[in-house]
Design a protein around this ligand. Sequence first.
Ligand code: ARG
Length: 573
Amino acid sequence: MNLHRTVAHEVEAAFAAAALSGSPIVLQPAKNADFGDYQVNGVMGAAKQAKQNPRELAQKVADALADNAVIASAEVAGPGFINLRLHPEFLAQKVAAALADGEHLGVATATQPDTVVVDYSSPNLAKEMHVGHLRSSIIGDSITRIYGFLGHHVIRQNHVGDWGTQFGMLVAYMVEQQQHNAAFELADLEQFYRNAKVRFDEDAAFADTARDYVVRLQSGDAAVLSLWRQFVAISLSHAQEVYDTLGLLLSPDDVAGESLYNPDLQQVVDELGAQGLAVDDDGAKVVFLDEFKNQDGEAAAFIVQKQGGGFLYASTDLACMRYRVRRLQATRLLYVVDHRQKLHFEQLFTTARKAGWLPENVHAEFIGFGTMMGKDGKPFKTRSGDTVKLADLLAEAVERATGLVRSKNAELSEDEAQRIGRVVGIGAVKYADLSKNRNSDYVFDWDTMLSFEGNTAPYLQYAYTRVQSVFRKAGDWNRNAGVLLNEPLEQQLALELLKFADVLNHAADTYMPHHLAAYLYQVATLFSRFYEACPILKAEGALRDSRLQLAELTGRTLKTGLDLLGIEVLDVM
Ligand code: ARG
């Protein structure tokens, strides 16, 4: 059920009854529960237009609202607002329906599902994953979970950088190492890249070999391709380890790297030429885009082939988009990439639309995000100023959280402390990110994210265990008893729980998981108030069963909601 829509529907009918049809209806959840559950504030604009007294008009709407199945009372306030209160019986019924809907909690699935292709994580394989890959990985993953839950067909695509001139150098260095040491294993990619670069810069013969490998790689030489494949496989297995630690849904099957589109690149450029979109410019092939003029009024140049015939990032993305639309049948294309690449994607979309590769009915969206900062307000680095490997960052998170968990509960066995520490540590890192508006930069701070108070993963995970502990003590109870909402705190909690579908749809429409995070925090906070003011286990009979049902729906909402952020819960911690 979509609560907002249900209420809006009633309000709309009342507007019509007051002869206000066509007026924009502004319905908002009330910020202050003392005044009601929702507030209507579209009347004043309408009154102004109709040259009527806003309070009188508001009263007409309020009268038309009184006494229906959803809305219990409608009161005019201030210059012409209307405060609405919903029927507790209506809320109770909906709570029961959500509970009866198992894991789906009464959230309707899309009637016209999209095929949503989500491009996320997508690291370059020449190096090890570093903190710069964290945001795309976890924001993208959450978006795929939310769209999947809402009934869409989701296809994950990990557009890894597995092609380009660096790979000649890396393969040359790999061969050199293997010659020195037959048992050579590539353990530290970062160091390996650095060493290869040193060799490339210091030894002209090595650099020649590396360049020769690039040529042979691009012409499909079997021996070099096989070396390249070895390198890519090792790098991908490093990435997959990080994904598994993070609990992402990404699997090796989702890898569709740049090299996949290699065979299509020439054709893409040729087609652009044949359509008159790409033109020759100093030996390069360029699409000039009037839509993106620079300060001097010149059209931006979207280069699709370099002088000398080499292809670029843009050529690959064009071929890739064709593939996603034609082969994967995408109706919605999402790219979760650092906001510094925004212009590239805007130009890509514009070019693809013109070329007919991105038809009208396919929606394409760039989903950017800001930078993860250190406490010094600069992009997050190690003390010595190096980039932080993602694997190291996650290991530190688990270690810190395990220590914290141990210090809070000395009775835990070492195994338990480690298991809980992993869930709390990884959850904290993910939640710290997902709870912020993705468009902003944010400061990565261990102490804040691992705190058990405030809007953090440990707080929410702890709230969940608190709900579970109620059920461990509850014994037998009637799961199908009626829901009673007599206390204001019961009503507020119920109302909040019923907003789940609205919140998920809003998070999906805006591609903003932080709306879901903020909501879960609100649910946990309201539950905690309810828990303190309304005894659950000490209540009797029907009231006890009713409160247990509210606790049950709270638990399921927290669990499902956190799962949609990619965060695990625990029964005890
Ligand atoms: N590999 C790129 C990078 O690390 C990100 C790729 C994003 N996806 C795409 N289709 N271009 O910057």
